[in-house]
Design a protein around this ligand. Structure first.
Ligand SMILES: [Zn+2]
Length: 495
């Protein structure tokens, strides 16, 4: 037996009593994970499928190597080894030669001997002084086209730095409006922009920063129908999405079009960054062949995120993008950078191209785009939440009346304790969603039960869970506490 350290990522720490790492003894990686789930049984459901296989959205690393390319669960563990569990979060053999990296300019004519204006020479002087950039590099940036998918937490800093750096054309895919709760991290926007379309505000801000940049707005949701057309004109794609269907869509479209995809994702205090370029290394599907089931994925809105974290990750994405455009340095191809803000640590894991990848390997079977919401188990538009379509609901006004009646329902709030401190429905019992299955005995079956959360999504999933457990009279508060605030009691805070 060897003693090794098992590192637990933030999303799974709810099930280890908050522990980030554990010292455990075993002879193999599989034995260690077994030992881990023995100590913390709730983890089992998240790490293993019902028939005992390690779930494919979870990768396990021994030191910095993916165990799928060692001996999988049978990989021996030595004293002092570090085993990391790296789940997908929603949010290669290094380096080509220093040509405009990854950008296919092979057949194109020599770049024109364009002259910069005196204004441009001053604006970019600190770049021009760098031998790795110079006039030639700055000209490449000026003629480059970068598409940012999402102009939120990651897209904001990335767009600002790319515009400042003089990337000539920036495409933005975004359809949201600026919300007050965005301003804690989405630094493209100001308080005055609240309520305005993000695209409009972003275009103004970026053009004010650098009038030499052309901002192309794509005011639509990226879908399998429009993705190839939208991505096609661009040299590099920056993935700043916050959900799995769009993440797989961006990956697949980039692979099919042969474009580098600069990936970033964040969760609470942790970030991941990589560059996926299937021509020179792995793609996102090589890392995670399948998404996590929708009900195991907390969103940013649910989990929270440290405001500066997307700033750091987005700036790393901008850095990789500029390097790709310049053809300088070692891009993060085949490497996954993990960042933990609480410990202020950076770790780097090796990513390998999956020889069986359905998309980018020699034996690829997927030749086009697919139905991503279905692939990720997310129900279509109109349904309330992942995996919870069709559960019985109750309107806020109806609940308010029922609570005043003779036989009031039991209100179970499935949010996190810190959310209860923001707002609550009086008399509600708090059982966070992740604990619901094991604390179900605390809920009486004698009364009607109404489940609530902030927006109605988590509580819809919880309603489904209780129905599956045999509860008869369970309903979901439609629109959650935010709808309650709008329609019943404005003194309850929205957030
Ligand atoms: Zn692949």
């Amino acid at each position: 037996m060897s003693k090794a350290t098992v590192k637990v990522p933030t999303p799974l720490r709810t099930f280890t009593g908050g522990k980030a790492e554990l010292a455990l003894e075993a002879t193999t990686v599989g034995g260690l994970v077994e030992e881990l789930t023995h100590e913390h049984p709730e983890l089992r459901r998240h790490l293993f499928t019902p028939d005992g296989r390690l779930r494919s959205f979870v990768t396990v690393y021994l030191n910095d190597e993916d165990v799928r390319y060692l001996e999988r669960e049978a990989t021996p563990v030595r004293e002092g080894d570090v085993v990391s569990i790296v789940p997908a979060i929603a949010g290669g053999s290094t380096a080509a030669p220093p040509s405009p990296a990854g950008l296919d300019r092979s057949g194109s004519a020599p770049e024109p001997p364009e002259r910069f204006s005196s204004e441009e020479l001053r604006r970019y002087s600190r770049h021009l002084l760098l031998p790795e950039v110079g006039v030639v590099g700055q000209r490449r940036l000026k003629h480059a086209k970068v598409l940012l998918v999402g102009a939120g937490g990651l897209g904001s800093p990335a767009a600002l730095y790319l515009a400042a750096a003089g990337v000539g054309t920036l495409g933005l895919v975004e359809f949201d409006a600026v919300d007050l709760s965005n301003l804690q991290r989405q630094v493209l926007y100001t308080t005055r922009d609240v309520g305005r379309p993000k695209l409009l505000a972003a275009k103004e801000r970026l053009e004010a920063l650098n009038p030499g940049v052309r901002v192309i707005p794509h005011e639509e949701r990226l879908t399998a129908d429009n993705a190839l057309e939208i991505l096609r004109p661009y040299d590099v794609v920056v993935d700043g999405t916050d959900n799995f269907p769009t993440r797989y869509l961006v990956n697949d479209a980039a692979v099919l079009l042969g474009k580098p995809n600069v990936y970033g994702s964040i969760y609470r205090f942790e970030g991941q960054v990589s560059v996926f370029d299937a021509r020179r290394g792995p793609c996102y599907r090589c890392l995670y062949p399948e998404p996590p089931p929708a009900d195991l994925v907390p969103s940013c809105a649910e989990a929270g995120v440290l405001g500066v974290l997307p700033g750091l990750v987005g700036v790393l994405q901008a850095t990789e993008t500029v390097k790709l455009l310049l053809g300088q340095g070692d891009p993060l191809i085949g490497r996954l950078l993990l960042f933990d803000a609480l410990g202020l640590t950076f770790r780097e894991l090796t990513l390998r191209k999956n020889p069986h990848c359905v998309l980018c390997s020699a034996e690829a079977t997927q030749k086009g785009l697919i139905d991503y919401p279905a692939f990720c188990g997310v129900p279509g538009a109109g349904e309330e939440a992942a995996g919870a379509g069709g559960v019985p609901t109750i309107e806020p006004e109806e609940l308010a009346a029922a609570l005043k009646g003779d036989d009031p329902p039991l209100v179970v709030d499935v949010r996190e304790p810190q959310e209860l401190a923001i707002s609550a429905i009086p008399g509600a019992v708090l059982i966070p969603r992740a604990e619901l299955a094991e604390r179900v005995d605390e809920i009486t079956r004698a009364r009607e039960v109404v489940l609530v959360c902030s927006s109605g999504a988590r509580s819809a999933q919880s309603t489904r869970l209780l129905l599956d457990l045999g509860f008869q009279h369970v309903r979901n508060l439609k629109g959650g506490i935010n709808a309650w605030s709008d329609r019943v009691d404005p003194t309850v805070a929205r957030y």
